[in-house]
Design a protein around this ligand. Sequence first.
Ligand code: ATP
Length: 194
Amino acid sequence: MIIVGLTGGIGSGKTTVAKQFEELGIPVYIADVEAKNLMHKSKIIKRKLIQLFGDKAYVDNKLNKRFIADVIFNDKGYLQKMNEIVHPRVAKHFEKWVLKQDAPYVIKEVAILFENGGHKACDYVITVTAPKDLRIKRLLNRDNTTKDKIQAIMKNQWTDEEKIKYSDYVIDNIDLEVTKNQVINIHKDLLKII
Ligand code: ATP
C-alpha cells in the first residue's frame, strides 16, 4: 500500500485537507485522533501511563488531559516518555488499519511528522501551509486557547520552509475552493505515478 503522509503546522488545515481526500474516496488515518482513542481504550497504554504519571492520569476511566498537559508543560521529558509509550502502539494500529484498506493509496495525517522522522515511512509527503497569522486566527476561532499557547506550539514545530524542502507536494490552504483544486490535482498526479 502506498502511504501518503499529510502534515503541516498547527492550524494549517491538515484535517480540512484530509476530509477533501476522503471525499475523493481515499482512506484517511488521523494519527492524533487514533492516538487519543488508544489512550482511552488500550489497557496496556493505560497501565503504562499510570506508571508514568501516577493515578491522576485517568479520572473516571477517562484520560486526564489537563493534568497530563500540566505535567508535560513543566517537564518536557515526560512528553518524550509518553510518546515512547504511545507512538509504537499507534504505529502498530496503523499497520493493521492499512491492511484492511482497499484503495490506490492512503493518507496518514501526522502533525509532527518530519520532527520525529516519520516521513521516512511514507512514500510521499504533502505539507499544508498557510500564513502564521491566519493559522492563529483560525485556531482562536476553533479552540478555547490563547495566542501565547499557539505560538509556544509553533516554536516546537519545523517551519513551513523546512517542511517544504522535504515534501513532494505543498498545499497552500487559504481559500477552500483553491485548496480543493490542489487536492484534486495531487490525487490525479498520484494515480498517474503509483
Ligand atoms: P491542528 O494542527 O490543530 O490539528 P489542522 O492543521 O488539522 O489543525 P484544521 O482543523 O483543518 O487544521 O483547521 C483549523 C481551523 O481552520 C478549523 O476550524 C477549520 O475549519 C478552519 N479552516 C481550515 N482551512 C480553512 C480555509 N481554507 N478557510 C477557512 N477556514 C479554514
